[in-house]
Design a protein around this ligand. Structure first.
Ligand code: PEP
Ligand code: MG
Length: 516
């Protein structure tokens, strides 16, 4: 039995067989792969990706998007890339996944050296395509039952990865994941937030080196003590399973909303006593899918969520994609785009979501919130699109809540700077302390090396938060907080003192407060 210490993302005890994330699975059988099979898999995956891209061309996109899709197809048709992949498979006897990863890294490094800005700009396309091909290979793998992993797929697994992926967690589903172990994640990444909000015991163990060697092994996570046990004895498993945390917490009289990612979560949150839903991260449904969800698909979810909120406020945040929440089908060329900027760069996708949200507003008390608002130009553009969508619905005699409230997430220092002006444009603010901290302190929330400097209670962050609350109240609008700082129970009375009208917390935290 080996024991490793780590940092707890979410406490709890979990036991299961290790399943290695697809991100590293390609290393598992390096040097022993049958080259013929791997080449066949590579060509099949490439063909599938190409077919997907060709069918995307039939969608009503801007010409820019067509150009990107076409450039992706050109890379896929590049014989040099093929021969690199095939050579790696032949010589190194690696899986197709590994060969694609290595070939794309080599290809990208050559492009990076180019003096031509256009060619340099193709680097992110190469990485995107590599992700897509490997994602497709994974699907082909499961269809062929290869590569082997010694886990009983019916049992929930301990998912082990270097960097946890939001998409992977969401796609596998909570019921299939007993626990999560990561070697390079940070406590503040979106994947960590998702783990916490789903209540999955999760831990970061930097000292684990060869994670692929863990595949199929029995692992015990003790999230309370921040330890993992590899091949633990039955005694220790039983001992740890019987330990339970005793919760005695108070919400100090502040209104408590919940952060959720699905209509089912809304139902749970209301049952656990939430006063409302302060943040519905709608992008999770986009990450679960392999294509942009249609208006009807979105409408059904938002409508069900509104019904489940049982007359209470439900704040639906429009998609905050980009960064560590980038589905492959987004074909994101500019990696700096995120939140509202990304939505404004693809107005048709944005309009589709707004139509679905507005239609659902007839079924409950929906409020719409926009992520990463940072300038008045963004506010003007966002409101214009919202007005266009409203007009379109009116023209079609489709009912929606005409006085639907709109809110802005305040999660960049730029937004705080213009908070007074923003407060005149919105009905409410919600502070996103997760992003506000990274931008205010200039610390990447995804970098484990910078983690020691990431502190949501830093005086600089708190000063920005206080300024936001004042600006909101001076303008007579509501202000809540939905970042992870709100879920810090020991800080709840301080948040009340700062003047927040509500805090919005993850469901496991809500359970601790409300279900004493
Ligand atoms: C935040 O930034 O605090 C927030 C709630 O948004 P997200 O964590 O989804 O980026
Ligand atoms: Mg945020």
């Amino acid at each position: 039995m080996n024991v490793f210490e780590g940092k707890t993302i979410y406490p709890g005890t979990a036991v299961g067989r290790a399943s290695i994330s697809s991100f590293v699975r390609c290393n598992q059988t390096d040097g022993t792969q049958d080259a013929y099979t791997q080449k066949e898999r590579y060509f099949k995956a490439k063909e599938n990706v190409k077919n997907d891209l060709v069918s995307l061309c039939a969608t009503d996109f801007d010409s820019d998007v067509y150009d990107i899709i076409k450039s992706y197809i050109l890379i896929l048709e590049d014989e040099e890339f093929d021969s690199l992949v095939l050579n790696i498979i032949n010589v190194e006897k690696t899986s197709a996944e590994c060969a694609v990863k290595k070939a794309s890294e080599h290809f990208a490094s050559v492009l990076k050296k180019s003096g031509d800005a256009y060619i340099k700009g193709r680097v992110s396309d190469v990485y995107d395509l590599s992700d897509r091909i490997r994602e497709t290979l994974k699907e082909i793998s499961s269809a062929n039952n290869s590569p082997a992993e010694k886990t009983d797929t019916k049992e929930a697994v301990i998912l082990v990865s270097e960097y946890m992926s939001v998409t992977e967690i969401i796609k596998r589903g909570k019921e299939n994941i007993a626990g999560l172990i990561s070697t390079k994640n940070t406590l503040h990444s979106h994947a960590s937030i998702v783990a916490r909000s789903l209540g999955i015991p999760a831990i970061i163990v930097n000292d684990l080196k060869d994670i692929s060697s863990l595949a199929g092994k029995k692992i015990l996570i003790d999230g309370f003590e921040g330890k993992i046990y590899i091949e633990p004895s039955e005694e220790i498993v039983q001992e740890k399973k019987s330990e339970k945390e005793v919760y005695v917490h108070s919400a100090d009289g502040i209104t408590v909303y919940a952060n959720v990612t699905s209509a089912k979560d809304v139902d749970d949150a209301i049952k656990f006593g939430a006063d409302g839903i302060g943040l519905f991260r709608t992008e999770m449904f986009f990450l679960e899918n392999d294509y942009f969800p249609t208006e009807e698909e979105q409408f059904e979810i938002y409508k069900q969520a509104a019904i489940n909120a049982a007359g209470k406020d439900i704040v639906l945040r429009t998609i905050d994609l980009g960064d560590d929440k980038t589905p492959a089908y987004l074909n994101l060329k500019d990696k700096t785009l995120r939140g509202i900027k990304l939505c404004l760069s693809m107005p048709e996708i944005f309009k589709t979501q707004l139509k679905a949200l507005l239609r659902a507003s007839s079924f409950g008390n929906i409020l719409v919130m926009f992520p990463m608002i940072s300038s008045m130009d963004e506010v003007i553009a966002t409101k214009q699109i919202l007005d266009e969508v409203k007009a379109e619905l009116r023209n079609k005699n489709i009912t929606f809540n005409e006085s639907i409230k709109i809110g802005a997430m305040i999660e960049t220092p730029e937004a705080v700077e213009i908070a007074k002006a923003l407060a005149k444009e919105f009905d409410f603010f919600s502070v996103g302390s997760n992003d506000l901290t990274q931008y205010a302190l200039n610390v990447d929330r995804l970098s484990s090396a910078e983690e020691k400097n990431y502190n949501q209670k830093d005086p600089k962050v708190l000063a920005l938060i206080e300024k936001t609350v004042k600006a909101a109240h001076n303008a007579g609008i509501t202000v809540g907080i939905c970042g992870e700082l709100a879920s810090d129970i020991s800080f709840m009375s301080n948040l009340k003192g700062i003047g927040f009208d509500y805090v919005s917390v993850s469901i496991p935290v809500l359970e601790k407060i409300k279900c004493k």
